[in-house]
Design a binder for this molecule. Sequence first.
Ligand SMILES: Cc1cc2nc3c(=O)[nH]c(=O)nc-3n(C[C@H](O)[C@H](O)[C@H](O)COP(=O)(O)OP(=O)(O)OC[C@H]3O[C@@H](n4cnc5c(N)ncnc54)[C@H](O)[C@@H]3O)c2cc1C
Length: 471
Amino acid sequence: MVNKTNSQALQQETNPTALSIPQLRSMFKGQVISAGHSDYDQARTVFYGGIDRRPAVIIRVRDADEVARVIALARETGLPLAVRSGGHSVAGYSVADGGIVLDFSDMRDLQIDVEGRTAWAEAGVTAGEYTTAAGAHGLATGFGDTGSVGIGGLTLGGGVGYLVRKYGLTIDDLLAAEMVTANGQFLHVDADTNPDLFWAIRGGGGNFGVVTRFKFRLHPVGSIFGGMLFLPATPDVIASFMALAEAAPEELSAIANIMPAPPMPFLPAEQYGKLIIMAMLVYAGDASEGEKVIAPFRALATPIADMVKPMQYPEIYPPEQAGYHPIAASRTMFVDHIGRPEAEMILEYLKSSSGMMAVTQLRVLGGAMARVPVDATAFAHRKSRIMANVAALYERLEEKATHETWAANFAAALQQSDSGAYVNFLGEDGEARIRAAYPGRTWDRLREIKARYDPNNLFRLNQNILPANGR
Ligand SMILES: Cc1cc2nc3c(=O)[nH]c(=O)nc-3n(C[C@H](O)[C@H](O)[C@H](O)COP(=O)(O)OP(=O)(O)OC[C@H]3O[C@@H](n4cnc5c(N)ncnc54)[C@H](O)[C@@H]3O)c2cc1C
């Protein structure tokens, strides 16, 4: 760990916040990248477009000691600290103007204990990498719908994916974590050791420390029956799809993306731009049973394309387009019910967007996720029935106000009795929505734990939970 004298030496005398890059390079085995470095622009790029921040330095840490050194550097220089695992933060919190980026890109070790059905994964591993490696043993831990998302941010916020109804959230399979706290302590956290912290990091995001490694439970998930099903998006088809998905056995997790048909080669050209449901279906169980469960979805209308088939679970993450950095205006919420009137309203809003793409994503929840007690983890939305995300993707930042207004109005129109929010899909939505992510006693408990482990709010580039002492 950097002691105070060392760290002070890193600051130039004339400017207390300037860093000596050569000195930093001598202190870290990992890459130290600053402006002028050939990798600088690539290293400061995050998933979402329109985020053009210029950090003072990006440090690609190699181990927990280096993580502690970066934390000490941030503490002692006062520079903002951004923590980056997969770089998919919706608000772009994993890169900071003038700040320090603690980058996990080079910490991607994954140890799978096939017999014990557990895995230790370093924070830089992505959902896709983990799923492919575990899939080789017929095992899986549920992450989200996109392979390039980092397990770091995803896990700390909860983790809602293709196994959510069968096995619960990602955090429901989190067995332990190794962390470095704001004051440089190395902590092992699990149900018995530092249980308060273990509770807080299962949903509370990056507020409490930096996680270097996660230990997950693995489930036997070999072949599944699933894939993409494209249906015409009429009010009746949407409402019936949602009713079927809610009534389906827990082996089935379904995501309905309602959107204009993109020009994908396997879709008929005459469908391009027409509103469709691009459904992602995963039946994690016997293939012939899965086929029976999915048959009524296929029968809702003549499918525009049907790519549902028996497959190995990792195939659910197709290769992604390199260099894809959409600019998005989005809102997230939970809803109770999507019937015909709600479906009509969704279609009207999607048609009214002037974005290059507008989408409503509906995820049916319940099952194993809902059986965990509400207060067992910092993710408290166990009883929420459907997660809804609305987004407009656009090209020019000047259009931001238009699309943000559209997204805000759309979300307000869709709002029902469930006022909660899933923290991992929040952008810069403001304090009220962070509170909505942590309802009731969850918020007070998180603030107390924050005060204990990060009283000065060093970890604040996140959906921030202020310490109970109010600093
Ligand atoms: C295309 C896309 C698809 C998505 N799909 C899903 C989905 O299906 N299900 C779902 O649940 N979520 C989904 N998400 C949301 C995703 O879970 C969050 O954006 C998550 O924060 C991304 O994690 P990351 O490590 O890639 O991001 P990063 O930007 O690297 O990190 C996000 C934040 O998490 C914190 N953080 C990250 N790593 C650490 C660490 N090691 N220690 C401490 N704090 C850390 C930091 O506060 C950081 O700002 C999706 C996001 C995108 C962009």
